[in-house]
Structure formats: C-alpha cells, structure tokens
Design a protein around this ligand. Structure first.
Ligand SMILES: Nc1nc2c(c(=O)[nH]1)N[C@H]1C(S)=C(S)[C@@H](COP(=O)(O)OP(=O)(O)OC[C@H]3O[C@@H](n4cnc5c(N)ncnc54)[C@H](O)[C@@H]3O)O[C@H]1N2
Ligand code: MOO
Length: 390
C-alpha cells in the first residue's frame, strides 16, 4: 500500500492542464481564466462627478459665492460648453465634468433660486470628482490562472471583454456499480439501497469546476461494466464507485484491466478509502473509488478535486490544512493515515463519535476531516491537530 502523498503524485502525473476555449462573459462565472486579459478602455473613460450638485471652478468656492446655472450634465449626456467665471453646470452622479470646472458642490450645500445658486454651507476639500482611469486604465491586466468570481465578471464587463479565454471544463463520467443500487425515486427491492455517492460526488466536482456526466448504474456483471466503460470512452476522467475491493462481485479491477487499464496503483494506506485504484485507460484517466459512501466522498475531496484543479490549470491544487485544538481526547491511530469526520467551531475541533465509513449522516454533520498520521499517539483535550475543511 502506498501513502496518500505518493498516490497524489501519481494521480497528478496522469493529468495535464486542458486547453483553453473562449466563453461568453454571461457564462464565465466559476470558470478558470486561462490567459491574461487586458482592459480595452479606461474606467471611468472621463473625469466624472461622484455626487449630484453643481460643477464650478474650485477657486471660486467660498461661503455665499453666487453662480449662474448655464446648463446640465447627466450620466450619458455631457454638457458641451465651457464653465466660465461665476458660472455653474447642474450635474448628476456619473456625468462627465464639463470643461473649465474642477469642483462639484453637492446640492445640499447650495440654495437655488431660478438660475442662480448660492453656496450656503462651505463644502469640504473633497472635489467630488473621480479622475479618468481611477478604477483601471487601458491595458490593466487580470492575470491567469484565476477562478472567476462574481466580482471578476463585473470587472471583465467594465473592461469591455465580452469573450473570456477559460480552461475547458474537465469532463467526468461517474459510474456507480452494484446490483443493490437504484436511483432515488425508484422503488427498491427488499435488498436494495439508493445510490447516494453519485449525487455527493457530482456536486463536489461540479463545485470545483468539472462537467459531470452520470452514467446508468452498472450491475455486477462483466458485460454491464463493459457497457458503462464504453459510454465513458470520450471523457477526461472515468470514475467508478464501488466494486473496488476483494469480494466475488468486485469486478472493476478485472474489467478495467481487460479493457487495457495501465494501472498506476491499487490500495492506499489510508482510512477510509483504502481500496482506491487509478491508471490510464485509453485517452482517459480512470479512478476506481471504494463504494462505502464516506470513503468515496473522502477520496473525492483528497484526490479527485485536486486532479480537477490541476486540469483547470490552477496553481493551488491542494486545500491547505488548518489547525485547531481538540475539545475531547482521541485514541491512538492505527497504521493507516486517518481522515476522521469532525466538527470545527472557531479554533476548536471535535472528532465525531462514530467513524464507520458507511455513515452519511455523520459526514453531513461534519465540516472537517481531522488528519491523523499513521500510528499517531493518543491525543488529549487541548492538543493541537490538523484538519482539512470540507
Ligand atoms: N475482506 C475484505 N473486505 C473488505 C475490505 C478488505 O480489505 N478486505 N475493504 C473494505 C473497505 S475498507 C471498503 S472501503 C470496502 C470497499 O468496497 P467496494 O469498493 O468493493 O464497494 P462495494 O462492496 O461495492 O460497496 C461497499 C458498500 O458501499 C455501498 N455502495 C456502493 N456503491 C454505492 C453508491 N453508489 N451509493 C451508495 N452506497 C454504495 C454498498 O452497498 C456497500 O454497502 O470494502 C470493504 N471490504
Ligand atoms: O477504506 Mo474503507 O474506505 O475503510 O471503508
């Protein structure tokens, strides 16, 4: 059995950054920027008013000063003339500052009668003018790689970049295996359970940025598994769930090997998730997850999500571990690296009572995986431990 670290290194060797493709800005949320992009204009493209008021010459601003209002400047409609001595232009937020003016007196600080305004309250030193290009100038860059946030999309729009170069989404096929499985909503036979892993893993991988195809459940026969693999021939990553262990109906290894799998490894010194396998299968990469629901999800956090991030070209593929102090003692660990379901509150962490790898109710309560090294000694309340947030 190999270590988690060595498994990760081998998995990363199997995948490369995918090529980029143009995406309409409207559909680019959450995609990974693949190439640097540059603003095609200044923002704002002209000096503009940050307040509603009157544009005047700053040298004339003093208590009781009077101005004649000679026109109006609104957002989208500038005043074409020149502001001369003793003159003011009615101006609104976002409007271009007229020639000759370099100060906006807010309307709360003036009295207006007809076309005449008088400064009633002395304005502060702020000119209420946003200089041209104060937000960004033409050529300002957003650098790749970067997962595009809602704020990034707004910035790209302001930069007038309607098509964005993004990494192609890795396509993942999920194949649940087992005669006992049916889909939610179907009527289970007496010995059947609902295929749950598919849904958790799909959500997790889509959240990271993959496109996930859920294939029909494969039954525990060679031909059914072969059909499922055939349906997944054109994807980047084929993920099987279950059938990875040593039982008579655990056929994933046998079938994938017969189909030409160049196996990288089988079995990791970890808990849960021991019977993980991976390798190259045709033009795809195959990862065989253990069927126990918690094992499958933990392996998805530890291995599949970082593989997707690498395919997307992201620099940080691993989620950094954090530390917290135990609220209760935990016993010594065995020989496998253990990812214990745990609940973190502030800087304190509590390992969940029951660590059985079938318990989705415990996993759903947890917000962290407490990481124990092989043979880690018993830990006391108050001890500092490391965890992976989930
Ligand atoms: N003699 C041994 N038995 C087992 C070993 C071992 O080393 N020697 N390893 C155990 C460990 S650890 C794990 S993990 C499991 C992994 O088994 P498989 O990958 O072969 O998974 P299955 O047997 O198909 O299923 C295990 C369990 O999970 C349920 N399951 C499977 N797929 C789904 C799904 N999509 N959604 C929900 N639940 C699913 C399945 O019904 C079983 O209850 O092997 C141990 N055995
Ligand atoms: O490794 Mo299994 O995943 O312990 O339940």
């Amino acid at each position: 059995m190999i270590t988690v670290e060595s498994a990760r290194a081998q998995l990363f060797d199997l995948v490369n950054t995918l090529p980029s493709e143009p995406a309409p800005l409207m559909d680019a949320a959450g995609r990974v920027l693949a190439e640097d992009v540059a603003a095609t204009r200044d923002q704002p493209p002209f000096a503009s008013s940050s307040m509603d008021g009157y544009a005047v010459k700053s040298t004339e601003v003093e208590p009781h000063a009077m101005f004649k209002v000679i026109g109006e400047a609104a957002a989208g409609r500038r005043f074409d003339g020149q502001v001369g001595p003793g003159q003011a232009v009615r101006i609104f937020t976002g409007a271009p500052i007229p020639e000759g003016a370099d100060f906006v007196v807010i309307q709360e600080d003036v009295d207006r009668r007809g076309d005449l305004i008088t400064i009633s309250d002395l304005p502060g030193p702020k000119s209420n003018i946003r200089p041209k290009g104060v937000d960004f100038e033409i050529g300002a860059k957003i650098t790749a790689p970067r997962r595009l946030s809602p704020e990034d999309l707004a910035l790209l729009a302001a930069m007038n970049i309607p098509m964005v170069p993004v990494a192609r989404k890795p396509v993942v096929a999920l194949i649940a295996t087992g005669d006992e499985l049916i889909m939610p909503g179907e009527t289970p036979g007496p010995d059947q359970i609902i295929a749950s892993n598919t849904f958790g893993i799909k959500a997790l991988l889509e959240d990271v940025g993959a496109h996930v195809r859920v294939l029909p459940i494969a039954s525990d026969t060679v031909s059914s598994l072969e059909t499922a693999f055939a349906l997944a021939a054109d994807v980047d990553l084929v993920v099987t769930i279950g059938g990875a262990s040593v039982g008579d109906y655990d056929l994933v290894s046998q079938v994938s090997t017969a189909l030409g799998l160049e196996r990288s490894f089988y079995k990791i010194r970890m808990r849960p998730g021991k019977p993980l396998m991976a390798g190259r299968l045709g033009d795809s990469v195959m990862v065989g997850l253990p069927g126990n629901p918690v094992s499958a999800m933990v392996c998805s956090y530890l291995f599949l999500a970082p593989m997707i991030r690498k395919m997307l070209g992201l620099e940080q593929v691993l989620t950094p571990l954090q530390s917290a102090n135990l609220t209760e003692a935990i016993p010594a660990n065995g020989p496998r690296e253990h990812y214990m379901r745990a609940i973190v509150t502030g800087d304190r962490i509590k390992a969940c009572q029951n660590q059985d790898s079938s318990l989705l109710s415990v996993l759903a309560e947890a917000n962290a995986l407490l990481v124990r090294q092989p043979n880690d000694p018993a830990r006391l309340a108050g001890d500092e431990v490391m965890f992976l947030p989930i």
